[in-house]
Design a protein around this ligand. Structure first.
Ligand code: ADP
Ligand code: MG
Length: 253
């Protein structure tokens, strides 16, 4: 049963201390802890627990499709990825400055891996993030249009400190999506960071957005303050399959 002190701590919002009260009291009396150290421990524990809760809340609301870590990224396999640029991005200064990071390259070269790693670092540093695939952008736009909530959608995508859109260009955007995309990019311009990944070079973005003028306006804003990772090279997925013997390493004649 909860004692009165535990209840009062809970009412004050000191949930962590309420949960651990018995252990904390026992430990303090066993080790002859000073009043100052005891109070300090309580405040530290509660602060840490709250920060941990906020971190997991931010992690959840970012809707990352899966976890990836930058420590698992092999630079030797992908020499076109500059480790120095990756490290600079991991400082998250671009987020504070409302800049963008664009990852271009063929399938399997690590674009999504890097994008998720950047998001994880940003969330860990206290920033809010939201991850969307281009496919989700299209379906969310259609849903919002039928419900008459497009305005709300643009606001929702303008809010997070970092907005990630993965797989831009795998298929062309319809007119509605292209327009909403432009609105989001314009609203975020110079105050909200974005990370985009695409298998299409910028020259081909006219086709992606179905309109050269619109694509130019989007790129103009996106590229003004941004760093592009142009990743060239072999697919990591293929390398793994080759290693597993599913493909011959070299085709022999
Ligand atoms: P893309 O988004 O460019 O199509 P992914 O990021 O999905 O590629 O990478 C495909 C798979 O290969 C993922 O499991 C990813 O973790 C892994 N991968 C890609 N590049 C590397 C790399 N340089 N080092 C380690 N793993 C990698
Ligand atoms: Mg990908």
């Amino acid at each position: 049963m909860k004692n009165q002190l535990e209840e009062q701590l809970e009412n004050l919002g000191w949930q962590e201390i309420a949960n651990q009260l018995d252990d904390l009291l026992e430990n303090a009396s066993r080790n002859n802890v000073s009043y100052f150290d005891f109070l300090h421990t309580l405040v530290l524990r509660e602060t840490e627990a709250r920060q941990g809760n906020l971190l997991s809340k931010r992690m959840k609301s970012a809707k990352l499709p899966y976890m990836k870590n930058i420590h698992d990224f092999e630079y030797t396999f992908q020499p076109s990825v500059s480790e120095q640029r990756v490290k600079e991005t991991l400082t998250c200064r671009y987020i504070a400055n409302g800049e963008n990071r664009i990852l271009l390259g063929p399938p399997g070269v690590g674009k999504t891996h890097l994008a998720i790693s950047f998001a994880v670092e940003a969330i860990t540093q206290g920033y809010t993030a939201l991850f969307l695939t281009a496919d989700e952008v299209v379906s969310e736009c259609r849903k919002a249009e039928s419900k008459g909530t497009l305005h709300r959608l643009v606001n929702k995508w303008s809010r997070p400190n970092l907005l990630l859109i993965d797989e831009v260009g795998y298929f062309p955007f319809d007119e509605l999506t292209a327009n909403i995309f432009f609105q989001v990019v314009s609203k975020r311009y110079e105050n909200g960071a974005m990370i985009l990944t695409s298998n299409k070079s910028f020259i081909e973005w006219g086709k992606v957005f179905g309109d050269d003028v619109l694509a130019t306006a989007i790129l103009d804003r996106l590229l003004h303050h941004s760093v592009t990772f142009n990743i060239k090279g072999e697919s990591y997925r293929l390398k793994e399959k080759k290693k597993a013997g599913m493909f011959p390493a070299k085709v022999t004649e």
